[in-house]
Write a protein that binds this ligand. Sequence first.
Ligand code: ADP
Ligand code: ASP
Ligand code: MG
Length: 820
Amino acid sequence: MRVLKFGGTSVANAERFQDVAKIALDTAAHSQTALVLSAPAKITNLLVALVAQGAAGNSGLKEFDDIRAIIEPIITTLGSKFEGFNTKKILSEYNKTMETIRKRVDGMALLGVCPELVMAYIESRGESFSILIMEELLKSLGKKVRVIDPVKVLVTEGPIMESSVNIDASKAKYAALEDDKDAITLMSGFCGGNAQGEQVLLGRNGSDYSAACLAAISNAECCEIWTDVDGVYSCDPRAVSGAILLRKMSYAEAMELSYFGAKVLHPRTIAPIAQFHIPCLIKNTKNPKGEGTLISEETDLSIPIKGISDLKGIALLNISGPGMKGMVGMAGRLFTAVSRANVSVTLITQSSSEYSISFCVNQSELSKAKRAITGEFKLELKEGLLNPIEVKEGCAIISVVGDGMRTVRGISGKFFRALAEANVNIRAIAQGSSERSISAVISQKRVPEAVAFAHTAFFNSKQRLDVVLLGCGGVGGALLSQIKRQREMLSSKQGIDIRVVGVGNSKHFISDPNCVDLENYQELLSESDSEALTPETAEALIKSAHLLNPILVDCTTSEELANSYIDYMKAGYHIVTPSKKANTLSFDFYKKLREAAKLHHRKFLYEANVGAGLPVINTMQNQLAAGDELIDFAGILSGTLSFIFGLVEDGKTLSEATQIAYEKGFTEPNPADDLDGMDVGRKLLILARENGMELELSDVKIDSIVEPKYLKGSNAKEVIANLKNADAEFSKKVSEAKAKGKVLRYVGCIKDGKVFCQLREVGPEDPLFRVRDGENALALTTLYYQPIPLVIRGYGAGTEVTAAGVLSDVLRLQNWTHED
Ligand code: ADP
Ligand code: ASP
Ligand code: MG
């Protein structure tokens, strides 16, 4: 016999019923087959709601309507498709049941209460509908059917709503049934019968357990759990996109995973089948050809950790006090009291000093547990031997499970490091004595991040980078093209999974957790009616898109955005930017930004602030960290000026050279913004601050290249026309320098505590002598590099190199952890 259980989504509509019938007939073609069915999806929830309505004195009309809207189309559709399907008869039986339910709900409404036996009857009707329909469908397909009543076969013990099955007693009942080898056996899930023969329930989600019990008592060769996913995954596949399908796992692993919250299996499913060594297959009704997951004695030790699961709705209680120390039997009394109150304890930890015991119970059982404890320890609490019970509500238990844990080292280290990376606070820790699971109690609100980080640590060797880009003009656009080009290679060769999860400008913001369409983002953005990103919506995006390593890349020139970096860090984002705005605002803000980065464990990276893609900031930071000190700095920090000065050296006038640079798109829209030296001044301020100088922009002495009166004009044309008036004077300077074998350079300097930018004659011995045509050069004389300075030189302007500098900052964030 093979026992096949189909869950709610597998019998959600007429089409699914046909799928199930086909799977059943295919199986029956080679072995004796039994089906255990759940209620069609949503029906049990509606029946539970109906009971609540009745108990509250209402008639539950809406719930009745909703149930009808699901069940009736299943019956009529199958009736219209299969000739032998007697729609009238099935509808009439179904209506009879609905009428009985209605009477009971009305009765409840009058009484204002619902006895548990009535509740059990009503809540299990969904299963009875499934059996009614499937029996008729199989018969109409020409198959013999044997329906068995779980109330008569599964002998139960314990509470009415959450009973357990006595396998031995049930075995005897099953053996007494008449067998029919040619028939498909049908049994409704979720319920059984107690010693008095009353119908009881096996707990929510209990049909898996029904199937396992039927498999055990019928000595089945296999128990198959058919559901809506391809098998057991390393994590809930609906919560984590990269969850991995597991081919094989041991009973113990499956038991632990389901106990700690993996909903794919009811926690009590495994025990009965493990007892009789019955293999269990988890399969997908929508993908019957898929291999599924095989649960048996064997596991796959090449995957030491099988999964990460979470159990929500947990309360953590802590019992402490001087009376705990050395008092024999305290723990025994505590847990006896709790179990007497019928409260089940999910996790226990005790401090090694024996001074406190912490344990978890279901949130719904918290008051029962507290009452039991205060009752048991009334005296000790009164005398102060025990402190008042400490309770933390709104907790969840997150667990890693796997047989391989016993032999592989470092599992717990990895787990707790992952939680630290996710910035999740751990309230308690427990390791299963079987060494098959490690659990941490955390705030329920942090479950998505905790699970995602732990999953990445164990199952995904890829490093995630979740980029949110604001400003997709020149540099931003080039950055997106570079990411588009490099993504594949980064993923396959370097194990880096870089996704642009959002793109925005000052008006709109579009997002996609898997990666925005890097081909058509401009169109999508202009068509979008979304609002621009704010720190609040950015924070919400981390949660909704399950971002693991969110990075805000600011390619705008917005001062307002620069001013809100701290809020974005608070929201969880690293900041990467080529914009000089944030670093050249007040020194006070400069300091606050760095303090915030530290406080929120975020990084603020701005390599492209100086020298575009050249490795300037990073090199400086590394030198300083290695104990070096800057003595003297001189540099050509503007690609535009470097280009203009090259032309001037070759004989062009300043205005001609500026005109050429402007036409090639090398200048700012108004070239006066290059020639006034301000851009160089800002870069120099950033370098000075990097070296510990607490300066404001006003402390940087910035010489204009020509007198400011020659730079007047509201556009390039006016400025260049005006500049002609300075040509004669400027050319004179050029020739004077030439006569001495020197050239003119606009140089940014840091020397003797002074920071200044000036036009300067440099001779062939100077490293800046040969720097022209758009190149940048930075000469750093330091403790370690003297008298010959460290020179960083290369093309230092343009969107492509700047974007490359930004991308290299983004890539630096791959190995970042909160502990750094
Ligand atoms: P059924 O109605 O078939 O009993 P359930 O909804 O009870 O289905 O269980 C299947 C669901 O369990 C899946 O849709 C999935 O979201 C969830 N789930 C949670 N953890 C896991 C896991 N580790 N592997 C597979 N599914 C899981
Ligand atoms: N229908 C029941 C429930 O939803 C039992 C089950 O589907 O396993 O809880
Ligand atoms: Mg289920």
